[in-house]
Design a protein around this ligand. Structure first.
Ligand code: AN7
Length: 353
């Protein structure tokens, strides 16, 4: 049978109300490739297997689509007319796309001036009402919780339990491809929905199919690292705007995932994130947005610090969003391209000279 999205493939394993499946709103999300990254593994010292779970290849360019198909299908199933979310950008684009397909209205609240171009453009293209808040993502999240409690607008941030259910499917896919869980899973952590979903997914699959459990390495940006610091961050700041979050909604569950899996949550600097973004693109041909390089940057740091020995291990790095989401992360820093007159001699001089 042709592929029909994560609810169709894994719906039986997801804790969703019965009205959900009948109204499935899907863009055939999920089924993303797990790509071997031998060049990068070698650069990091070698001796282990490294795979990239390339979530940037989802329909709107990020992993959010896995949870959004579940949340919007559930909302439509009980005849909700509109959805709302706070977002650093990817949730906004995903919510807007799935709402559009469902014939629902969407409202997205974003922190003013801190959302990457491809995400803002996506939300607008899919027809969302886009509202900039003169504040942080955390301020915006507080506001959407309040308004959705007061009015019949469905909240589709990852506080919505169906988002987590849908996002568990990424863990199922990894186990299905590898025929077991990896030894380590590293991923970026912002509002902490995804790490919560992966851990729940791996635990469920292990019970069902004895696939084993990975150790989880959650990685935050140093300027937005409440889970590492042990307290909320009032003014989070990082080049990885997707994870510019100071008060994660699922902080406790993230810490629990790290602890139960015998893993950890660490922070990396913006420079380490940008270096890894380039390294992944230049060594493997995989361009991800800055936040999505954080998991790998954390892995590199752990290996360099000899915090753990990767030898013989199977490691999966989740790359959550596509590089095209945030072109300025590259173009703002690159040297200007060569300019030559349309003459062969000039071209030869640059290429051969
Ligand atoms: C590319 O879109 O929070 O820890 O509002 O876009 O589950 O929050 C995005 C988060 C990682 C962190 N990578 O995931 C939003 C938003 C990318 C992201 C994360 C996000 P969570």
């Amino acid at each position: 049978m042709t592929y029909q999205g994560v609810l169709s493939k894994y719906g039986g394993l997801l804790d969703l109300p019965p009205h959900t499946s009948a109204s499935a709103v899907s863009l055939l999300e999920g089924n993303t490739p797990l790509i071997r990254a031998d060049n990068l593994a070698r650069r990091l010292g070698g001796g282990f297997e490294l795979f990239i779970k390339y979530e940037g290849l989802n329909p709107t360019g990020s992993f959010k689509d896995r949870g959004m198909t579940a949340a919007v299908s559930e909302a439509l199933g009980r005849s909700a007319l509109s959805v709302i979310c706070a977002s650093t950008g990817n949730t906004a684009a995903s919510a807007a796309a799935y709402a559009a397909r469902a014939g629902m209205k969407s409202v997205v609240l974003i922190p003013q001036g801190k959302v990457a171009a491809g995400k803002l453009a996506g939300a607008a293209a899919y027809g969302a009402k886009v509202i900039q808040i003169e504040g942080s993502f955390d301020d915006a999240l507080t506001m959407v919780i309040e308004i959705s409690n007061k009015h019949p607008i469905c909240l589709v941030n990852s506080i919505n339990p169906y988002r987590i259910e849908g996002q568990k499917t990424a863990a199922f896919e990894i186990c299905d491809v590898l025929e077991s869980a990896p030894d380590w899973l590293c991923l970026p952590v912002g509002n902490a929905g995804n790490i919560t979903a992966y851990w729940a997914g791996f635990k469920q699959y292990d019970k069902l199919k004895s696939t084993g459990l990975p150790q989880i390495l959650g990685v935050q940006a140093a300027g937005a690292a409440p889970l590492v610091l042990g307290h909320t961050v009032e003014n989070p700041e990082t080049v990885a705007t997707a994870i510019r979050i100071g008060r994660p909604a699922r902080a406790e569950q993230a810490l629990q995932a790290a602890q139960e899996s015998n893993g950890r949550i660490i922070a990396v600097t913006d420079q380490e994130i940008l270096n890894m973004q380039k390294m992944l693109a230049e060594l493997e041909g995989i361009w991800v947005e800055p936040a999505s390089a954080a998991g790998l940057a954390g892995l590199a740091l752990e290996i360099a610090a000899m915090a753990f020995n990767p030898r013989g291990k199977r490691i999966v790095a989740v790359c959550t969003g596509h590089g095209l989401k945030d072109p300025e992360a590259i173009t703002d820093r690159m040297s200007a391209p060569w300019v030559v007159p349309p003459k062969l001699a000039a071209l030869e001089e640059i290429i051969l000279g």
